[in-house]
Design a binder for this molecule. Structure first.
Ligand code: FAD
Ligand code: NAD
Length: 469
């Protein structure tokens, strides 16, 4: 019998594959088990990457149709959806192949199939296909990195054709005339934007009073207003109670959250995007006695260790922010801890980005949270209308807001809605990680003319001394 592995990782998403690379780098005998036939998990196959590819393509389409003329460019624009989807698929394929190459480079065994924890220190893999032989992997450690899946909505059954999850919404073969998005969260606004730009009449139905709940209140209000200006419609404080599918479309039954008023809404396609839930189906966790939370997440301690020695878990399956970069960081730190080193993640400094146009980006505390916690803070805000690069680009919606401790000036949070907000936020994340102040950001040289100057100006604004407003 061959030597047992040092670690077997179940799940090849951003959490799992980064853990595998790090384990390989550290000289651990490593295997990664993945059942979908490609590495990269939700993120590369049906999440971050295909959605961003379509957001970019649909943004180009919208620019060409509506904005080029302002720049003195005349163009007759036509949509070729098949090519757009094909390009998206190629981006996904190249990246997932790239991850497979990384496994080879780091001497990680890639085992294709469904992994089950058959005993402590043992993973049994069943490959796809009739008669395929099971493989038993003996190992000192197991990392569960099985990710998450779409939360279903009772009465609204996903068929991935007329009623779709995000996965189906990334592959519609035609632009629907009308689309209803259930949930004004990240997926709803990103994919709703894609299909609105490509020509669909999109209505977003949201249970709460705000879009992007949890984000800074001012950002969330501005986002809703800007998306409405772009043509998205919103039905707030409304719950969907059921769906009937027929050849001509889907009829949704809805109810006012507060007044109980009943109504129906018809659409060609309905996207269910009300959140994601941990995925641990048939994994065998119960058989080896791994503790779970009451919401179905795998329970871990600060070292990503479950209650069963030698079984660790990372990424979406343990809860917290369901973000690829959070899963990656956990993958890296978990393996380092397992190998006897130390590691730590500051969960208060993980940026969250919504890739709509304009982008929304956030790190640290919101004003609402600081008020609730009774923390005294100062706020600096700078609009993109006063940023020269945003004016050159003709892309001036939004602002940067920096929140700093009233006494120490330490940066506590940053909230951006604006062009390339997702890239701009990183500067503030770095400053926060180093315990920096608003004054630090304000005194750092920022290239001109550049969008990052809006960040510097917001930092100056904390002390009421922005220059360009
Ligand atoms: P996953 O990526 O879900 O990977 C888990 C893998 O485990 C899957 O491939 C699954 O097939 C496999 N698996 C499960 N069970 C088994 C088993 N028993 N045996 C073998 N294999 C198994 N995050 C961002 O940070 N930025 C974004 O822009 C972004 N966009 C997104 C867009 C969409 C439409 C969606 C749905 C998600 C998006 N996310 C984004 C979230 C991101 O995809 C997840 O946070 C991330 O993929 C979590 O990584 P993970 O490794 O924990 O799990
Ligand atoms: P979400 O949690 O972001 O939003 C879900 C929305 O649905 C919320 O606004 C919620 O109030 C609403 N909702 C819940 N139940 C409802 C109901 N019955 N009727 C109407 N509205 C209802 O979830 P999501 O958009 O599905 O995204 C799932 C996860 O994927 C998120 O945690 C996110 O972190 C991740 N993701 C990240 C990115 C990114 O980083 N850019 C992109 C896509 C997805």
């Amino acid at each position: 019998m061959s030597e047992p592995y040092d670690v077997v990782i179940i799940g090849g998403g951003p959490g799992g594959y980064v853990a595998a690379v790090r384990a390989g780098q550290m000289g651990l005998k490593t295997a990664i088990v993945e059942k979908r036939g490609a590495l990269g998990g939700t993120c590369l196959n049906v999440g971050c990457i295909p959605s961003k590819a379509l957001l970019q393509s649909s943004h180009h389409f919208e620019m060409a149709k509506h904005e080029f003329a302002d720049h003195g460019i005349k163009a007759k624009v036509e949509l070729d959806l098949k090519t757009m989807l094909g390009r998206k698929n190629k981006v996904v394929e190249d990246l997932t192949k790239g991850v497979e190459f990384l496994m080879k480079k780091n001497k990680v065994d890639y085992v294709k199939g469904m992994g089950v924890i058959s005993a402590v220190g043992e993973v049994t893999v069943t490959p796809d296909g009739k008669g395929a032989k099971k493989e038993v992997l003996k190992t000192k450690n197991i990392i569960v990195a099985t990710g998450s899946d779409t939360t279903p909505l009772p009465g609204v059954d996903i068929d991935e054709k007329q009623i779709v999850s995000s996965t189906g919404a990334l592959d519609l073969t035609g632009v629907p005339k009308s689309m209803v998005v259930i949930g004004a969260g990240v997926i709803g606004l990103e994919l709703g934007s894609v299909w609105r730009r490509l020509g669909a009449d999109v209505t977003v139905v949201e249970f709460l009073d705000v879009v992007l709940p949890g984000m800074d209140g001012e950002v969330s209000k501005t986002m809703k207003r800007l998306l409405e200006k772009q043509g998205l419609k919103f039905k707030m404080a409304t719950k969907v109670t059921g769906a009937k599918t027929a050849k001509g479309g889907v009829t949704l039954s809805m109810e006012g959250r507060d007044n109980g008023k009943k109504e129906t809404l018809k659409a060609d396609v309905v996207l269910v995007s009300i959140g994601r839930r941990p995925y641990t189906e048939s994994l065998g966790l119960d058989k080896v006695g791994v503790d779970m939370t009451d919401r179905g997440f795998v329970k871990v301690d600060a070292d990503f260790q479950t209650n069963v020695e030698g079984i660790y878990a990372i990424g979406d399956v343990i809860g917290g922010a369901m973000l690829a970069h959070k899963a990656e960081d956990e993958g890296m730190v978990c393996v380092e801890i397992m190998a006897g080193e130390t590691g730590h993640i500051d969960y208060g400094m993980i940026p969250g980005i919504v890739y709509t146009h304009p982008e929304v980006a956030a790190v640290g505390k919101t004003e609402e949270q600081l008020e609730k916690d009774g923390v005294k803070y100062k706020s600096g805000k700078f609009p993109f209308t006063a940023n020269s690069r945003a004016r050159c680009n003709g892309d001036m919606d939004g602002f940067v807001k920096i929140l700093a401790d009233a006494e120490t000036d330490r940066v506590l949070g940053c909230h951006i809605i604006g062009p390339q907000g997702g890239d701009l936020i990183q500067e503030v994340v770095n400053v926060m990680e180093f315990g920096g102040s608003a004054e630090d950001v304000a005194r750092i040289s920022h290239g001109h003319p550049g969008l990052p100057e809006a960040v510097k100006e917001a930092a100056l604004g904390v002390d009421k001394r922005s220059i360009h407003v």
